[in-house]
Ligand binder design. Structure first.
Ligand SMILES: [Zn+2]
Length: 83
């Protein structure tokens, strides 16, 4: 799969699953939060897969967000530049 880490910072549900499986390498799994840290093999960018609706039956759809160098999701950084 082609690397889109320079242009994407968030994917949901099936797209998140697909991108993580086809493109990213799994680095670590957090068994408490069910979140998984991934790394792009081409750019070294880090991604976090989690389940924002974990209260749903079956955990709900996954969300994949790219992290900045501090480990903060880019989505949050871009929304609030003062953070
Ligand atoms: Zn990539």
């Amino acid at each position: 799969m082609k690397c889109a880490c320079a242009t994407l910072y968030r994917l949901d549900d099936a797209e998140a699953r697909h991108y993580a499986t086809e493109h990213l390498q799994r680095l670590a799994v957090d068994n408490e939060t069910w979140s998984v840290t991934y790394e792009c093999p081409g750019t070294g960018r880090k991604w976090l897969l989690d389940y924002p609706h974990s209260e749903y039956h079956g955990g709900g759809p996954p969300r994949l967000r790219q992290l900045d160098f501090d480990g903060t999701p880019l989505e949050v950084v871009l929304k609030d530049p003062d953070l």
